[in-house]
Design a protein around this ligand. Structure first.
Ligand SMILES: Nc1nc2c(ncn2[C@@H]2O[C@H](COP(=O)(O)OP(=O)(O)OP(=O)(O)O)[C@@H](O)[C@H]2O)c(=O)[nH]1
Ligand SMILES: [Zn+2]
Length: 349
């Protein structure tokens, strides 16, 4: 049997470009029929005294939550019984009751999970066959790629872009190690997509990046060796300390986290995603990707059913070529769109 938490997550995943997840209101995610013999009141407790918080770390059934988004008021919480197995991830906006003092050995209770503005899913893997949301409500995704050593992987970038366009995040290319190679060629391949970018080097000025991150919640992804830790350490002074403070859930226990929100000194959060190397795109449909391209979205409705929009030979009757031929849409934009569509099924992570 499928429990309600799983169902809520699957509903959320059934087509973000169609914004299905926006229809998921709190009553959808929290209801779980009681199966005990104890009669339950239909009315849920109102929890009028609940306080708002943002989830900053998750570890084995405990959530660290920053009250009112204040990094100095982080408390540990459990999930209220009435929420069943509702997934609660880093970035979720929650309501807390109980002991919200944050003193040692106290535990608050999460009684409500807010609607999500965006979701970033990690791909299913051998240890877990489900795509799961790893970060909620991030406004932007910083795609950290080194210009050399290791060389950029455009397949990875393309898959990140699809995850952004279908998950409701703004992509930002963060190109590191500019002391080793110039960014021009790489930027050329993304010029048509108008992806914002920032170029960094370890001996350079970080103010552009700092400005970009200020007062926003930004998720960060990147392969090993691209300089992600170097970056985090520069924008979050004492990042290691902050990691300890934010994720201090169990006493002396080894914590394994798949995402963690670190506070920026000037306001805002960066959500690091150690261990997340690829994104759940299995449920993303071609139409959801096309939806991110205004000049093609409407025409795509005239395509044959189940058109993958790749053009010949895969989709010989795709009408998007006509849009280029007759409506003056840019051929390079269509090429970019098709590259993203193709990356969905790619194995490169
Ligand atoms: N030349 C050059 N090297 C850099 C730059 N930024 C980071 N590095 C080096 O690249 C290597 C990897 O940097 P990290 O910050 O550890 O990379 P990471 O992406 O966090 O990698 P993992 O820790 O494996 O996830 C280190 O040897 C850094 O010193 C840069 O701008 N230029
Ligand atoms: Zn088509």
């Amino acid at each position: 049997m499928v429990d309600s938490g799983r169902r809520a997550e699957e509903v959320g995943g059934s087509g973000l470009a169609g914004r299905d997840w926006r229809r998921l209101d709190e009553s959808d995610v929290r209801v779980r029929p009681g199966k005990g013999s104890r009669p339950r009141s239909k009315r849920r407790p109102a929890h009028t005294d609940a306080v708002a918080a943002m989830v900053v770390a998750v570890d084995r059934g405990r959530w660290r939550c920053a009250i009112d988004g204040d990094p100095h008021r982080v408390v540990t919480a459990m999930r209220a019984r009435e929420l069943g197995r509702t997934p609660i991830v880093v970035g979720d906006r929650v309501q807390l009751v109980g002991d919200v003092s944050g003193r040692p050995d106290t535990l608050a209770r999460i009684v409500r999970v807010g609607e999500r503005d965006s979701v970033l899913r990690r791909t299913a893997d051998d240890t877990d066959p489900y795509e799961r949301v790893v970060v909620a409500n991030a406004e932007q995704l910083l795609i950290v790629t080194s210009l050399a050593d290791p060389a950029p992987r455009t397949g990875f970038i393309d898959r990140c872009l699809v995850a952004c366009y279908t998950g409701g995040l703004e992509p930002v290319l963060c190109l590191t190690k500019a002391d080793l190679a110039a960014p021009d060629d790489l930027l050329d391949s993304y010029a048509d997509l108008k992806v914002p970018f920032v170029v960094t080097r370890h001996d350079g000025d970080m103010s552009e990046l700092v400005d970009l991150l200020r007062d926003r919640v930004s998720a960060l992804v990147g392969h090993s060796g691209v300089g992600k830790s170097t970056l985090v350490n520069r924008v979050v002074p004492d990042a290691d300390l902050a990691t300890g403070e934010v994720s201090a859930i169990g006493k002396g226990r080894h914590t394994s986290v798949s995402a963690i929100a670190l506070p920026l000194p000037g306001g805002g959060w960066v959500v690091d995603t150690p261990g997340v190397r690829s994104f759940g795109l299995a449920h993303v449909t071609p139409d959801e990707v096309v939806a991110a391209f205004p000049e093609f979205a409407e025409a795509a409705e005239e395509c044959p059913p189940h058109c993958g929009h790749l053009g010949a030979p895969d989709d010989p009757d795709c009408v998007l070529d006509d849009v280029v031929a007759s409506n003056g849409a840019r051929a390079t934009r269509l090429a970019s769109l098709r590259r993203l569509l193709a990356s969905r099924s790619g194995t490169e992570s």
